[in-house]
Design a protein around this ligand. Structure first.
Ligand code: AMP
Length: 376
């Protein structure tokens, strides 16, 4: 192997990073609590949460990255005394705290919903008075997939919202955005500052979890340059190296940022087959100091998550144009077990293929919505 990259986390994102690294003769190692994690078949896993595990992990590679957004900053601080981490610590620290994140968006003139920091019942009442209702109350740290959130629609819910989220620590109250759809932009920046961006994905959620992404997002020609501009501001400000994702709401007034993820993203899994160079390969290239590959789309595509229960692999693979990725995880309600990328030779068949897939998935998810997509 020419190089070893150590990755904080050993889930499916690490697994797909390591799969992309292998053809480049790059080995990955992982720091993860459970040693039978999805990445384990691709490289050594060191036990997270132990001092020895962290030391061995640091010794195992020359350069480091992450796939787990809540990687403890204390671990990162130990690492960066000795070795390089891409993306930089500041990007991780910012993404881990919604208040820091929103103030960075403000600083870079990236539109966000009006928000207030909340740390007491009084300040929640004040936020409601200033922002008006409805508002979304979120934990500043630790939330994911819509967890740690409360949508406040009437003043009578203030006490309940505070009782539920108050104990979680620092909170942020933000105006409810009446969006028409949710999109994400994924970009990569290399060590020389070269930036490449994939096309916007239109994301559909089910019970707060990404169900499927449509790429390119329909009717996004005008949105793409704006989203590209926003994410480039972030990449440059943070002197970022690697893949960064920005989740955005589409509103009548244009794009409004929701949050960023300092890592490869579920809404970019389609890029393994449907882009010239995937988010995983370009991330590895950036971290390894190699030049970036093209982010062009080969064919329009829909990526569908497998959540909770597995479909029969033979049923999925019998669909012409379906690519199956399983993460070697056991079934559990709400758990991401794999994904399917649909990219038929003839893109006009994409809607029909979504319809066929919806029939064989054990959990229908929100895929029925995809059946109505006309403009792919
Ligand atoms: P988040 O954890 O911030 O990504 O939020 C999870 C989901 O909640 C988003 O994908 C949106 O569907 C919804 N959401 C979050 N913030 C807002 C908001 N300010 N207004 C309306 N919906 C929101």
């Amino acid at each position: 192997m020419d190089k070893t990259i150590g990755i904080f986390g050993g889930g499916q994102l690490g697994r797909m990073m390591a799969q992309a690294a292998l053809p480049l003769n790059i080995q990955c190692t992982f720091l993860e609590e459970t040693t039978d994690c999805p990445s384990a078949v691709l490289g050594p896993v060191f036990p997270a949460g132990t001092e020895q595990g962290l030391q061995d992990f640091i010794a195992s590679a020359e350069v480091f990255s992450l796939e787990f957004e809540n990687t403890p900053l204390a671990d990162v601080d130990v690492l960066i005394r000795e070795k390089l981490l891409y993306p930089p610590r500041q990007a991780l620290a910012t993404a881990q705290n919604r208040l820091l994140e929103k103030s960075l968006f403000d600083q870079l003139s990236i539109p966000v919903a009006p928000y207030r920091a909340v740390d007491s019942l009084d300040s929640l009442q004040q936020a409601v008075a200033e922002l008006g209702l409805p508002i979304v109350l979120k934990t500043a740290t630790g939330g994911y997939d819509g967890k740690g959130q409360f949508v406040l629609r009437s003043e009578s819910q203030i006490q309940q919202a505070w009782a539920e989220l108050g104990p979680a620590g620092s909170l942020v109250a933000e105006s409810f955005v009446s969006f028409t759809r949710e999109v994400s932009i994924i970009a990569v920046r290399d060590q020389r500052g070269d930036v490449r961006t994939w096309p916007l994905a239109e994301n559909h959620h089910h019970h707060g979890i990404l169900s499927h992404s449509i790429v390119p997002a329909p009717d996004s020609t005008d949105l793409q340059p704006v989203a590209q501009d926003y994410i480039t501001r972030l990449l440059e400000h943070l002197n970022y190296v690697g893949v960064l994702t920005l989740e955005l709401f589409v509103t009548a007034d244009g794009l409004c940022a929701n949050e960023m993820a300092p890592r490869v993203h579920n809404s970019g899994h389609w890029s393994i087959e449907a882009a010239v160079c995937s988010q995983f390969e370009n991330h590895i290239r950036a971290v390894a100091g190699l030049p970036l590959g093209s982010t062009a789309v080969i064919r329009p595509t829909v990526m569908v998550n497998i959540i909770g229960r597995h479909p029969k692999s033979e049923d999925v693979l019998a669909l012409n144009g379906a690519h199956l990725h399983l993460y070697n995880k056991t079934e559990r309600a709400g758990r991401k077990l794999g994904h399917i990328t649909l990219m038929p030779d003839d893109s006009s068949e994409l809607t029909g293929l979504c319809r066929q897939l919806a029939k064989i998935l054990p959990e229908p998810l929100a895929l029925s919505e995809a059946m109505d997509i006309q403009a792919i």
